[in-house]
Write a protein that binds this ligand. Structure first.
Ligand SMILES: CC(C)(COP(=O)(O)OP(=O)(O)OC[C@H]1O[C@@H](n2cnc3c(N)ncnc32)[C@H](O)[C@@H]1OP(=O)(O)O)[C@@H](O)C(=O)NCCC(=O)NCCS
Length: 156
């Protein structure tokens, strides 16, 4: 039987975000979070942070999601990963995170870390599927509701 998720996602590509993409990054972010990063945060990272990279996953040239990473020496840190609601459940988040792991490894990173809300079971499931392990807890890490963050990490 044909895997429907494969059928729906055959024309997939990845593209590095540039200054021209700041509005689109913020659009994807604001579709998923009640307290999205402001456009200035994306601007500062792309314009001034040489450690930061943002990558889009595109389906038939439509931006379906993005992931941000800071690579500092041998450690990569995922700042965020988001797939637009209408594109979820098609293995795009998994493909995007796999791509980021490959890019980070190629850039010399040996480990990858991230923080995730303790209540975000879907994201935690994705990370566990790709080999991330649970590290410590950062108490009250999220400023909107003071939720704890779970730190997760993986060897690349
Ligand atoms: C987390 C997110 C990026 C996953 O993207 P996605 O493209 O829908 O996920 P995929 O289709 O690639 O699924 C990969 C794995 O994620 C997990 N997953 C995805 N959707 C799930 C669901 N509804 N319930 C439980 N686990 C789920 C599963 O482990 C899945 O693997 P499986 O299909 O073999 O079970 C997406 O849900 C999203 O953008 N969420 C909002 C933003 C967010 O919370 N980002 C993380 C911040 S730390």
């Amino acid at each position: 039987m044909i895997d429907r998720s494969m059928e729906l996602t055959k024309n997939i590509s990845f593209r590095l975000a540039t200054m021209d993409d700041i509005h689109n990054l913020h659009y994807i972010e604001s579709r998923s979070f009640s307290a999205p990063w402001p456009e200035e945060a994306f601007y500062n990272d792309i314009a001034h942070n040489r450690f930061a990279s943002y990558v889009f996953i595109e389906v038939d040239d439509v931006q379906a999601g993005y992931c941000g990473v800071w690579i500092i020496l041998d450690e990569a840190h995922i700042t965020n990963i988001v797939i637009l609601p209408e594109f979820r459940g098609r293995k795009l988040g998994e493909k995007l995170l796999c791509k980021m792991m490959c890019l980070a490894k190629d850039a010399g990173a040996k480990t990858m870390t991230l923080e995730v809300r303790v209540s975000n079971h879907i994201a935690k499931s994705l990370y566990k599927k790709l080999g991330f392990q649970e590290g410590g807890i950062r108490r009250g890490y999220y400023s909107d509701n003071k939720e704890d963050a779970l730190v997760m990490w993986v060897n690349l």
